[in-house]
Write a protein that binds this ligand. Structure first.
Ligand SMILES: Cc1cc2nc3c(=O)[nH]c(=O)nc-3n(C[C@H](O)[C@H](O)[C@H](O)COP(=O)(O)O)c2cc1C
Length: 456
């Protein structure tokens, strides 16, 4: 990044949307995960809005419990081939591939990403994750998922070797290839890479995680930190400041962009946006009331509560089982539900999203208490284009984000709504680019091509 801050936007692509009921929206395409034409079209929509990148998440195991939180993650194409198809259908937008080094080796990662950077002419990025799924271990001949320290030790050495390998490849004139002869704790790699040095020098690196080790890896080695959800603006600002302070210790404060996930539920008017949010939530399939607890996989970031009045009772400390979901909750019940700090925070969150209140003429319903129960995948904002843009501007200007990874609740409708309704507002306010300044992802991020031998 240059010293003048610029807002960045990525598109978090899950083919049937990031809302748990996104696949049931009438505009959704049920088999979109395998519809490469649709994936390319959605990528072109994001490119027309001058997004920095399309982001392809990935996991190395499937889990039926995801049907409750993120059904789009149950089954899909692997990301490298999807990214190549997106690159072939677009000309400017970056393409982010999620690859977990725990179950791969540096040479394979280096050559796959170097190839993608060639195919896309400098638009590739690597989302380095250490793995959402313990079950992945059993797909790769392991007895167990490694603990955090081993996964991050392995990931850090992988990143070093991958960058060294990128540096070892021949330049555009076919010269400059050299061996690296890496002898480390986990890897022994000679090189050189049999794919030339990537057009970006080093493919852009993102890191997503929550632990201290993840923050350190992101600050020291990533170009973008993909931040998980935080409950309050204060906590988001603390997270942002923490990443920047850590990055400053490596002289990289200007080089690391912090981009949280954002789910915009946007329509022409506030009332229409709230109606859309309510409609999506009404399409959720609830668990039986007696099944209570933290059993639902929350799409990459741990476990969340089941979706029913039983779990909501547990969260709010009030017995809500058997109540009519559509009914308004009596004011005295809401008062009890709001006595704990967590309960009060969630009630305020419901009001922020639905505009229904604890004591006004349009009161919070039992369904609202259920819908706010699971752990959020990202921050959600519901509103008209100006309201959504206000939130983006506030976070950007208050030092909580350098940009956002946009989670479309359903596809393609929510992508189109954001790009057509919100991006023009951001552009009018001078917050977002109207044209790409260059062709490569590094150029969009204002990151120079690193000279050879600067792999850190
Ligand atoms: C916002 C976010 C997105 C993530 N996306 C993925 C993903 O696509 N695939 C994956 O295997 N893990 C994903 N993860 C999981 C992380 O890679 C990491 O394994 C997990 O958060 C546990 O590590 P930690 O203790 O450092 O957070 C994601 C995590 C976060 C916070």
């Amino acid at each position: 990044m240059s010293t003048e801050r610029e807002l960045h936007l990525g598109l978090m692509f899950w083919a049937t949307g990031t809302h748990a009921a996104g696949w049931r929206h009438p505009d959704a395409v049920a088999d979109a995960a395998y519809d490469i034409g649709l994936i390319q079209e959605v990528s072109r929509t994001a490119e027309r809005a001058k997004f920095d990148f399309v982001f392809l998440g990935d996991r190395l195991a499937t889990d039926p419990a995801l049907q409750h939180s993120n059904p789009a993650q149950i089954s899909r194409l692997e990301p490298y081939s999807t990214a190549a198809a997106i690159a072939a259908a677009t000309s400017h937008i970056g393409v982010v591939v999620t690859a977990n080094p725990t179950y791969s080796d540096p040479y394979s990662i280096a050559r796959l990403l170097a190839s993608l950077d060639r195919v896309s002419e400098g638009r590739a990025a690597w989302n380095l994750v250490t793995g959402a799924d313990a079950a992945a271990a059993f797909n790769f001949g392991r007895d167990a998922h490694w603990d955090t320290d081993k996964r991050y030790d392995w990931a850090e050495e992988t990143l070093q070797v991958v960058r060294d390998l990128w540096d070892s490849g021949a330049g555009p004139d076919g010269t400059g290839a050299r061996r690296i002869v890496h002898r480390g704790r986990y890897f022994s790699v000679d090189g050189p890479l049999d794919v030339g040095r990537p057009p970006q020098g080093h493919v852009v690196v993102l890191n997503a995680g929550t632990s201290d080790r993840s923050r350190e890896l992101g600050a020291r080695g990533a170009d973008i930190v993909f931040a998980g959800p935080q409950p309050t603006l204060l906590r988001r600002k603390e997270y942002y400041a923490d990443i920047k302070a850590r990055a400053a210790r490596y002289g990289r404060e200007q080089q690391v962009a912090v981009m949280p996930g954002l789910t915009p539920i946007v329509a022409a008017t506030t009332e229409e946006a709230v109606a859309l949010y309510d409609r999506l939530n009404a399409l959720l399939v609830l668990d039986p009331d007696q099944e209570v607890g933290e059993l639902v996989r929350a799409g990459g970031i741990g476990e969340g509560h089941r979706l029913n009045l039983g779990s909501a009772s547990k969260v709010f400390g009030v017995d809500l089982r058997g109540c009519d979901l559509a009914a308004e909750v009596p004011a005295e019940t809401l008062a009890r539900a709001g006595t704990s700090e967590e309960g009060a925070r969630r009630l305020a969150e419901i009001t922020r999203l639905t505009r229904r209140t604890v004591d006004g003429p349009c009161r919070i319903t039992y369904a609202d208490l259920v819908h706010i129960t699971p752990a959020p995948l990202s921050h959600t904002v519901v509103g008209n284009p100006e309201e959504v843009a206000d939130m983006i501007q506030e976070w950007f200007e208050e030092g909580a984000a350098d940009g956002f990874n946009i989670y479309p609740a359903y596809v393609p409708g929510a992508v189109t709504a954001f790009t057509e309704l919100v991006v023009p507002v951001l552009q009018r306010r001078g917050l977002y680019r109207k044209e790409y300044a260059g062709r490569t992802l590094r150029e969009h991020l204002r990151l120079p091509v690193p000279p050879r031998g600067t792999a850190g």
